[in-house]
Write a protein that binds this ligand. Structure first.
Ligand SMILES: Cc1cc2nc3c(=O)[nH]c(=O)nc-3n(C[C@H](O)[C@H](O)[C@H](O)COP(=O)(O)O)c2cc1C
Length: 168
């Protein structure tokens, strides 16, 4: 493991492919604990003169407690060898088991945030803005019917990118 800091402008990634098809982990610390979950919805871009990411977390996720309790979170990307592990981390809850140990991932602290030795890329984000999707703001009823039959609207977190680390 050798995480080296790189600039956002040097990132060679297609966010559409990376996030939606290869997935990522959203991770955060709460006191001496950490938790993580798989996500395939998210954005990277530029806002308020900053490079930012946006992630979407449903209220029932244990990871939400960690992101809510921390000033920072990370998004971590992996090469294709870890798809099975990401599937596991996206189907089990850290409330019920030590799922990180169960996939044999090794947490690493960076910038008082957490990623994993197994990650190929880690982006450390400082929370900048939080909001929840509101039913009355959806313009397409079909999206509510398809994604929110139980009205568990995502909370959206915009995080300012503070550091990007490539695992070389
Ligand atoms: C491919 C994939 C993508 C996912 N994307 C999201 C997402 O963007 N937002 C979300 O809230 N949950 C998403 N999930 C579900 C969480 O990862 C899952 O519920 C996880 O078990 C939550 O773990 P936790 O309770 O330990 O936080 C996704 C799951 C998978 C398998």
């Amino acid at each position: 493991m050798n995480f080296q800091q790189i600039e956002t402008k040097d990132l060679m990634m297609n966010p559409f492919q990376k996030i939606s098809s290869e997935w990522m982990l959203i991770s955060a610390k709460k006191e001496d604990k950490i938790n993580t979950m798989t996500a395939s919805w998210g954005m990277v871009g530029h806002l308020w003169g900053k490079d930012v990411v946006q992630v979407f977390i449903r209220p029932q996720r244990y990871t939400k407690e960690f992101v809510d309790n921390s000033d920072t979170f990370t998004i971590s990307f992996f090469d294709g060898n870890y798809k099975k592990e990401l599937g596991y981390l996206g189907s089990k809850s850290g409330r019920d088991e030590d799922k990180i140990a169960n996939v044999n991932f090794h947490p690493v602290e960076i910038n008082d945030a957490v990623t994993f030795e197994e990650a190929s890329l880690a982006i450390v984000c400082k929370k900048a803005y939080i909001d929840e999707f509101k039913e009355e703001n959806f313009l397409n009823e079909a999206d509510i019917e398809k994604w929110y039959p139980t009205k568990d609207y995502h909370t959206c977190y915009i995080g300012e990118i503070v550091n990007v680390y490539a695992n070389k």
